[in-house]
Design a protein around this ligand. Structure first.
Ligand code: IMP
Length: 421
């Protein structure tokens, strides 16, 4: 196989980082194509934790080239903080990390606007507060700043000034907050540009040439399909294309297709921020999943909402991104629970619905559950009959294999049932 994608099949936080890190071992390039430092990808190697936000999760592998594609929104200060943290583990140089000259820059104004809207706006989305939405807005309205603009002061001044007058009015009169002057912001960003220069390149050509010369490319998604700006549970979504289509728009796919699209799903469901969540649990089991699964956001430190595995949502995710297999993570958290359920369909207005199509109202969906005999596996020996039954049920319901399952945070706590690459 030449190109494989790892995509979140739920509302993010499925454990994509550790699977990317594992498959990076056999890849030549690992490419991020959307989102920004709203993501939190946690990797454990030999008991040491690394949290990545915008830098691809292949970075811990020396042989592998990590690429930040043009669909990403990049906040320079976070980028260098992250680099500093990684450099304490392994030296990162422009030879193993490349940033697209066409990626969009998140400025101070974007971060402040995101925070102001969340604290003072009429409708709270529960964003990560990193400025992601406002940066994508400027990109789409053609007032965004590209990474290449950081390298040329005159262009930077011109681009940053475009739309500033409008923003300044909002900040002053609507939100009543102080913002840095254009001069301050230009100077701050320009200094980052100088530091970033050697990492910056035309990543589209780089991916194109690499793929054509037979290199193996792994695309790493951030967030999850249900947070996609078009496919997700709008308006409680992020502002990028988290589904497979984001690869085409945010990085480029030279062969025109992917050999494998792995949808990563937790063995239960979690969500941070606002929005519908049919299988959400408000009882003791929900609290146990949150605690045992350590369900706390890697980026914001917020507690995640928890519920049972939701197959109608996964069926929808499969259709949105043409998923070819599922990687089921955190199965160890379910082991030994007093009860075990999987939602196989919803009842809505007296009808049974088995796919969470966008036309249905998820707030009205009553989950229908299949109950399982709990498994007690510690995953050090062959899987129990109960665990196998549970996996087989999921596969038969989804119609695609569970190619991987993960039973702990470390690299060696992942079972590959299929060989990728
Ligand atoms: P934003 O991406 O910061 O604009 O946040 C929009 C929505 O996406 C909020 O509900 C966030 O909690 C959610 N979100 C963004 N990034 C992640 C992530 O990496 N994991 C889970 N949820 C996320």
């Amino acid at each position: 196989m030449k190109s494989v994608a790892i995509i979140g099949a739920q509302w993010g936080d499925e454990g994509k980082g550790k699977l990317t890190d594992l498959l990076a071992e056999k890849s030549d390039l690992v490419v991020r194509y959307q989102g920004g430092h709203n993501a939190g990808h946690t990797i454990w190697v030999n008991g040491q934790k690394t949290v990545l936000h915008v830098i691809p999760s292949g970075i811990l592998h020396k042989h592998c080239l990590s690429v930040i594609g043009h669909g990403v929104v990049l906040e320079p200060q976070n980028f260098f903080n992250e680099l500093k943290n990684i450099n304490s583990i392994t030296k990162v140089t422009p030879d193993n990390l490349k940033v697209s000259s066409s990626a969009t820059v998140i400025t101070s104004y974007h971060r402040l606007l995101d925070a102001a809207r969340e604290s003072q706006g009429p409708e709270k989305i529960g964003t990560t507060g990193k400025g992601i939405g406002p940066a994508y807005e400027d990109k789409v309205s053609r007032r965004g700043i590209k990474v290449k603009d950081l390298l040329d002061k005159d262009t930077l001044i011109r681009r940053l000034s475009s739309g500033f007058a409008e923003k300044a009015i909002l900040f002053k009169h609507l939100y009543q907050i102080d913002i840095p002057s254009i001069d301050e912001e230009v100077e701050r960003l320009y200094q980052y540009g100088i530091q970033m220069k050697d990492f910056v390149t035309d990543t589209f050509s780089l991916i194109d040439e690499s793929a054509r010369s037979g290199k193996k490319v792994l695309y790493e998604g951030a967030q999850g399909i249900l947070l996609d700006i078009d496919y997700g549970t709008y308006p409680y979504v992020t502002s990028s294309s988290t589904a497979m289509a984001g690869i085409f728009t945010g990085a480029g796919l030279p062969q025109g297709q992917l050999d494998e699209v792995i949808g990563v799903a937790k063995a239960y469901t979690t969500r941070v921020g606002e929005g519908p969540f049919p299988t959400e649990l408000f009882d003791e089991i929900g609290a146990t999943l949150q605690k045992k699964g350590n369900e706390i956001g890697a980026t914001t430190g917020r507690k995640r909402r928890c519920g049972w595995l939701d197959l109608p949502l996964l069926r929808y995710a499969i259709k949105c991104s043409k998923l070819t297999s599922v990687a089921l993570t955190k199965v160890d958290i379910l082991s030994g629970l007093p009860e075990l359920k999987v939602c196989y369909a919803y009842e809505i207005g007296g009808k049974v619905v088995d796919c969470a199509y966008p036309g249905i109202n998820l707030y009205q969906a009553k989950p229908l559950y299949r109950e399982f005999k709990s498994f007690e596996d510690d995953f050090t020996s062959a899987p129990s009959k109960e665990f196998n039954e549970y996996l087989e049920y999921i596969e038969s319901q989804l119609g695609i294999p569970v190619g991987i399952y993960a039973f702990g945070p470390d690299r060696n706590q992942i079972k590959m049932r299929t060989d990728f690459f």
